[in-house]
Design a binder for this molecule. Structure first.
Ligand code: PLP
Length: 380
C-alpha cells in the first residue's frame, strides 16, 4: 500500500511549494544585475527578520560553518570563553573553540536542563577576563530552550565580552531580535526553520563584535567575515554563492514576513504546546524541563527502545528523529518548525498513538489527538 513519508525531523524539514518551485528553475549567473538584485532583497529581508539594520552575511555552508566563522573571526588564540554546554550542539561550540586554541570554561549541564543563572554569575566573577559567552538559544539535541536575554545582560556588564548565540532552531520559530536581546553574534542555517535545503548559513554581528574583526589573530580564508561583509554590502559575494538557495531563501523569507513574525512565533508556540500536552496525555514523559518550540523530545516508555518505536512510526509514514549520544534509543524528537501547521501536529500524534499501539504499549487510541485538538481550539 502507498505510504507517504512525512518529515518530522528537526532538520532537514519539509519545503513549502514556493521554495520547491524556486529551486526547480534554471540557474542564473551570480555576477549579473539580476542576481545582485535578488541578493540585495534577501539581505534586506533578513534584516527585517532580525529587526536590525546591522551586519548580516551569508556563507555557503551548513550551520556549523556559521558557528566556526563566529569563533574564527571574533576571537583570538588564548581568549577565555564560557560555553553553555547543555547538549550535542553546546558540545560543538566547545570543540570549535578548542580547535582554535581558545581557553574554554566548560559549563556542562545535564541534557534536558537549562543553565542556572547563579552559576553563570559565579563563573564570570571567577573569570572576569571572559571574552565571549556561547550558547544555543534552542538546543536541538535535547529540545531545550535557553533564555539568552539574561546572558545578554551578563555579557554587557563584562569589560570586553560578546554573546554568541546559535539560533539555528530559534530564528524562524521565536521572535529573535538580536539588538533588543543583546546578542552580538547570531548564527542560523537554511535547513531548519528557514524551510530550505541545507547549504546556507547566516551570520548577524553587532557593532561591538565588528570591532573585534581586525584584532583576531586566528588564520582564516574562506570563512573571512571582514572580506565577505565588504563584498556582500555591495550585493556580491567573495566566492560563488549558493545561487539557487539564495533565490529560494528570497521565497521562504516572503512566506515568513507575510505571515508576520508575531503570528509565526504564536503558531510555533501553539504547535509545541499541543504536541507536549498530547504526549503527556498519552502517558509519556518530556525530555526537557525548558522545552523549545522548535521540536519536542519525548522519552520512550519503559521497555520500549525509542528507535524501535521510530521504526513503527516510519512504517505508518512519519519520520521523526532519535536521540543523539547518551540519549540514543531512549528518546525520540518530533519537529514542528517551519512549514508545519496545526493539522500536522494532529497527524503526527495520531501516528504516534498507532505506533505505540502496534508496539504493545497500553494506550487508549485518540486520547492524545483529543488533547492536541483541545489545545489548538483553545488557542486559535
Ligand atoms: C542543526 C543545528 C546545527 C548545525 O548543524 P549543521 O548540520 O551544520 O547544519 C547547529 N546548532 C543547532 C542547534 C542545530 O539544530
Amino acid at each position: 500500500m502507498l505510504i507517504k513519508e512525512r518529515l518530522f525531523t528537526p532538520g532537514p524539514v519539509p519545503l513549502p511549494p514556493q521554495v520547491i518551485k524556486a529551486l526547480g528553475q534554471q540557474i542564473i549567473h551570480h555576477r549579473t544585475p539580476e542576481f545582485k538584485k535578488i541578493f540585495t532583497e534577501v539581505r534586506e529581508k533578513l534584516q527585517k527578520l532580525l529587526k536590525t539594520e546591522g551586519n548580516i552575511i551569508m556563507f555557503s555552508s551548513s550551520g556549523t560553518g556559521g558557528m566556526e566563522a563566529s569563533v574564527l573571526n571574533f576571537f583570538s588564540k588564548g581568549d577565555r570563553v564560557l560555553i553553555i554546554n547543555a547538549g550535542k550542539f553546546g558540545q560543538r561550540w566547545k570543540e570549535i573553540a578548542q580547535t582554535y586554541e581558545l581557553k574554554v570554561v566548560d559549563y556542562e549541564i545535564e541534557w534536558g536542563k537549562t543553565y542556572d543563572k547563579e552559576r553563570v554569575l559565579q563563573i564570570v566573577s571567577e573569570f572576569p577576563d571572559i571574552k565571549g559567552i556561547f550558547v544555543q538559544q534552542s538546543e536541538t539535541s535535547t529540545t531545550t530552550y535557553h533564555d539568552v536575554s539574561f546572558l545578554g545582560e551578563v555579557s554587557k556588564n563584562l569589560e570586553d565580552c560578546i554573546l554568541v548565540v546559535d539560533g539555528i532552531t530559534s530564528v524562524g520559530v521565536y521572535e529573535v531580535y538580536p539588538e533588543e536581546i543583546g546578542i552580538d553574534i547570531l548564527v542560523t542555517g537554511s535547513q531548519k526553520a528557514l524551510m530550505l535545503p541545507p547549504g546556507l548559513s547566516v551570520l548577524y554581528f553587532s557593532d561591538k563584535a565588528e570591532k573585534r574583526l581586525s584584532k583576531s589573530n586566528i588564520p582564516k580564508y574562506y570563512f573571512d567575515v571582514q572580506k565577505e561583509a565588504k563584498k556582500q554590502k555591495e550585493g556580491q559575494t567573495a566566492y560563488t554563492p549558493a545561487i539557487n538557495l539564495i533565490i529560494a531563501l528570497n521565497e521562504s523569507l516572503n512566506l515568513i514576513l507575510d505571515e508576520g513574525l508575531k503570528n509565526l512565533a504564536e503558531r510555533h508556540r501553539i504547535m509545541a504546546e499541543a504536541t507536549r500536552e498530547a504526549v503527556k496525555e498519552i502517558g509519556l514523559k518530556l525530555l526537557s524541563e525548558s522545552p523549545s518550540n522548535s521540536a519536542t523530545g519525548v522519552y520512550s516508555p519503559a521497555g520500549i527502545n525509542a528507535d524501535d518505536l521510530r521504526k513503527e512510526l516510519l512504517k505508518i509514514g512519519f519520520r521523526v528523529a532519535g536521540g543523539q549520544d547518551s540519549l540514543k534509543g531512549k528518546i525520540f524528537r518530533i519537529a514542528h518548525m517551519g512549514y508545519f501547521d496545526f493539522n500536522d501536529v494532529i497527524q503526527v500524534i495520531a501516528g504516534l498513538e498507532m505506533a505505540l499501539y502496534r508496539i504493545g504499549f497500553d494506550i487508549e487510541l485518540g486520547k492524545g489527538v483529543k488533547k492536541a485538538q483541545e489545545v489548538i481550539l483553545k488557542n486559535s
